[in-house]
Ligand binder design. Structure first.
Ligand code: LMR
Length: 396
């Protein structure tokens, strides 16, 4: 059995971190994976997390199993955050939320759930999308297609192409949309474009699946999450995966959630009962610690205020790095225009660097980026930006 197994390729994103970790060059920079580092190049431990953990330590408790759908206080706090505590969906109990193993785990639960109840539907993801979207839905058994999204000439969204494809999909198709901070391009839809998308998705009976892994890294917690509320108000079904990996810097705790909006409380209860079966057969029930930390922060007014402040700090620093990258590059490579990097949102920039240029950055400068040219702006800092800009100017 095992001797015939072929070597699998490295993961296109996490494989870069493996190569980076093995690199001995002291000047190395990992602009591959979507992780926020502070201005010292360090992974932050948020103060709100430290304080919540100190509180939890004071009342350490035995570790029984959590319910299949996770910690109730966490699910409630997440639902209020994602939809708004005063929203109609929450008040009418039309939404269910289950703790998941990170945003990826939430996507996987949603994919497995959909495969059970919409086995013949096809999935549509943006072109391009996060590398793992296709792999995840394909491994759940779906055929995965692309809808047009990024326009390399304008460095923006090919909205006409996107809308046209949405208008021609069979009813019941599953459409994966990035709620904010599009990964990998950083190019988001405008409010007016979202209105049109929601109109087409609803009128054509498509199933929206919103992936929100970067809430708070675009323009703010509320404005980044706004589109989720708009979809929810347009009626069910709506699937939402969200993650606290980045916004709480809790990557390794794997804290995320899957929410599903139904058309009534009664329907929602049936949905939850089935989702619990999916969870039970995947990993039984989620771990406790990360969910407890997030629930504590979200439910404690001082900690929540601190979190919002710390998240704003990360968002502002990324913006500053975008600005600095563009200005410095203007000086070093005046014939190249990178102004679009400033308007992109979230952690990433689809830089336009070619695969060859990315390879040179890695081999000659130990600067790691994704082969598609995606760079993680959140990994730039005042200590490495000049080295990175010089290298980029050289490979251009
Ligand atoms: C990324 O896109 O780099 C992140 O979402 C991390 C991951 O799991 O790929």
């Amino acid at each position: 059995l095992l001797n015939a197994i072929e070597m699998a390729p490295r993961d296109p994103i996490l494989g870069i971190t493996e190569a980076y970790n093995a690199d001995k060059n002291p000047k190395k920079s990992n602009l591959g994976v979507g992780v926020y580092y502070d201005d010292n190049g360090k992974l932050p431990l948020l103060e709100c997390v430290r304080k919540a953990e100190a509180q939890l330590m004071e009342k350490t408790a035995p570790r029984g199993y959590l319910p299949i759908d996770g910690l109730a206080a966490y699910d409630k706090a997440v639902q209020d955050l994602v939809f708004g505590a005063d929203s109609a969906v929450v008040k009418e109990k039309r939404a269910i939320t289950a703790q998941a193993i990170g945003g990826t785990g939430a996507l996987k639960l949603g994919a497995d759930f959909l495969k059970r109840f919409a086995p013949d539907a096809q999935v549509w993801i943006s072109d391009p999308s996060w590398e793992n979207h296709r792999a995840l839905f394909e491994s759940a058994g779906f055929v995965v297609n692309n809808y047009p999204y990024y326009d390399a000439t304008t460095k923006g969204v090919n909205f006409a192409g996107m809308l046209d494809t949405l208008k021609n999909m069979p009813a019941g198709s599953i459409v994966l949309l990035h709620a904010c901070c599009h990964n990998p391009t950083g190019a988001d839809l405008t409010d007016a474009q979202w209105t049109q998308v929601i109109e087409v998705v609803t009128s054509r009976g498509l199933i929206p699946f919103l992936d929100m892994a970067y809430q708070g890294f675009g323009d703010g917690i509320e404005s980044d999450g706004k589109v989720v509320g708009l979809f929810a108000n347009a009626g069910g079904p709506v699937f939402v995966s969200n993650s606290f990996s980045k916004s709480f810097s809790l990557y390794g705790e794997r804290v995320g959630a899957l929410s599903i909006v139904a058309t009534s409380a009664e329907e929602a209860a049936r949905v939850l009962s089935q989702l619990k079966r999916v969870i039970r057969t995947n990993y039984s029930n989620p771990p406790i610690h990360g969910g407890q930390v997030v629930a504590t922060v979200l439910a404690t007014p001082e900690l929540r205020a601190l979190w919002e402040e710390e998240l704003a700090g990360m968002r502002v620093r990324i913006r500053e790095m975008r600005q600095a990258f563009v200005e410095k590059l203007k000086a070093k490579a005046p014939n190249h225009h990178f102004d679009f990097v400033i308007t992109q949102r979230g952690m990433f920039s689809y830089s336009g660097l070619t695969k060859e240029q990315v390879t040179r950055l890695r081999e000659e400068y130990s600067i790691y980026a994704v082969d598609t040219g995606r760079i993680c702006v959140a990994a730039l800092n005042s200590g490495n930006i000049d080295y990175v800009v010089d290298a980029v100017a050289q490979v251009l």
